[in-house]
Design a protein around this ligand. Structure first.
Ligand code: MG
Length: 456
């Protein structure tokens, strides 16, 4: 939820809200001014396919120009295509009008820095304070210009193709079913598949404001994709979210791959070519760590969220990183989630390593149990401290919430950033152990909250 009275505008994925309720043209204009003052130079702007995209974009662009920023309008493009454009054209920054996987009534605004990376929290705070203060607008003869450039999708796709063995992919004559979710992927994924010489079957490939199915790429939303992959005996199924930074996969048998499985398969393949470091959040299954170690690589963990992963990848010179929601990061191309790179690399992986169903089947197996516990915001820190004291024997990691690590698995307790609750994830090789630890943690947390709530 956002509103002019709040100082914190940016959530985990930029500023987001229901259009003309929480996110208005007036806000976009004011935010455009703040962003323009922050970047102080030429800025690219782009949208996904939402109905409100032109309205929010026009308002944000007017704000940018009013403080003297020159605006290059890229049209409808995936977020990573905008990020690639900003980096390769040496711009000061980029603005993406998107609410990613949220329903069509939502929209949002997020920014990329000159390297094409998502902004750090510190930079977002600078924009928020410019927004709160209000920014000075320029005289009539110093306002910014607006130009249009339709080259971003093609430039992005060509760059992606340059990072894979395209000849080997073309020779393999693969069949791919791609669900573009009527989103930004419509302008890049069909082009990518065509240029890589695969036979493509496209679903929901017409860009439109109201997608044919919800744009969060979960198994439940991708039943048609799984059906068509199986029926057509395709080698791969793939789908994106609304702004096509995230990518998920369906195996040649028509089975939806969990995000952690995609990470593990990809890490194994990349490590077979080059040893190095893989970075992922503490919430990722140990399946990935097992695979990375066996392949001779190293792994390190960050807090949840792609900016934290990208930052650590940059600092520690990682070869690959990603999170379990379909966000895969390939640093040789961009330090952000990269929908088209994920597809191209997965095709190369299939050509080199064999059918995805077999690769997935060979992964280590873990059992995961997820729970939610109510916890008022004011008790979140205290609950973490309490649980730390309650679990003296386990190894502890406090990168994000509290992770208790045992010989056969772990429990992660993370406070939600937006809701009054704690998320509990319990993973183990043994199903009973995973359930037992989730039960125990949930019961302890509930007891604690009940007692504390009563005591105030
Ligand atoms: Mg997204």
């Amino acid at each position: 939820m956002i509103g002019a009275h709040m100082v914190k505008l940016f959530g985990t994925n930029g500023v987001r809200g229901v259009v003309n309720k929480e996110l208005t043209a007036e806000m976009a204009l004011r935010l455009g001014r703040a962003i323009g003052s922050f970047f102080n130079g030429t800025v690219a702007i782009a949208t996904d396919t939402r109905n409100s995209g032109p309205m929010i974009k026009s308002a944000a662009a007017a704000g940018l120009m009013s403080v003297g920023a020159n605006v290059i309008d890229l049209g409808i493009v995936p977020t990573p295509a905008m990020q690639y454009y900003v980096r390769t054209h040496s711009l000061s920054g980029g603005v993406m009008i998107t609410a990613s996987h949220n329903p069509p009534q939502f929209n949002g605004i997020k920014c990329a820095d000159r390297e094409g990376r998502e902004l750090t929290r510190e930079d977002e705070e600078k924009i928020e304070s410019l927004y709160a203060q209000g920014t000075e607008i320029k005289a009539w003869d110093s306002v910014g210009t607006r130009t249009y450039d339709a080259s971003a999708p093609e430039a992005y796709v060509n760059a992606v193709i340059g990072h894979v063995n395209a000849d080997a992919i073309r020779k393999a004559k693969l069949t791919v079913v791609a669900d573009c979710v009527n989103g930004a992927a419509c302008v890049t994924t069909p082009m990518l598949l065509e240029r890589l010489g695969v036979k493509s079957i496209l679903l929901n490939a017409d860009p439109k404001g109201i997608p044919n199915h919800p744009s969060e790429p979960t198994g439940d939303n991708l039943k048609d994709l799984m059906f068509v992959v199986k029926k057509e005996k395709a080698d791969l199924g793939t789908a994106h979210d609304g702004d096509a930074d995230r990518t998920v996969f369906v195996t040649d048998g028509g089975i939806y791959m969990e995000g952690d499985e995609s990470l593990a398969v990809m890490a194994k393949f990349l490590l077979s070519k080059k040893k190095g470091l893989v970075i992922t959040p503490v919430s990722t299954s140990s399946m990935l760590e097992d695979v990375v170690r066996k392949a001779g690589g190293k792994i390190s963990y960050t807090a949840v969220g792609s900016p934290a992963i990208a930052k650590a990848m940059h600092r520690d010179n990682a070869i690959f990183g990603g999170e379990g929601n379909g966000g895969l990061i390939f640093p040789e191309h961009l330090l952000c989630r990269d929908g088209a790179m994920a597809i191209a690399k997965m095709l190369e992986c299939i050509v080199t390593e064999g059918p995805l169903s077999e690769q997935t089947e060979a992964l280590p197996k873990y059992h995961t149990v997820k729970r939610k516990v109510y916890c008022p915001d004011r008790l979140k820190d205290a609950l973490v401290e309490f649980l730390k004291g309650e679990n003296k024997s386990a190894k502890k990691d406090t990168t994000d919430g509290l992770k208790l690590i045992y010989g056969d698995g772990w429990v992660l307790m993370r406070p939600s950033g937006t809701e009054p609750l704690f998320r509990i994830t319990s993973e183990s090789k043994e199903k009973d152990a995973a359930v037992k630890r989730a039960d125990e943690t949930e019961a302890k947390a509930e007891d604690y909250i009940r007692n504390m709530d009563r005591s105030v």
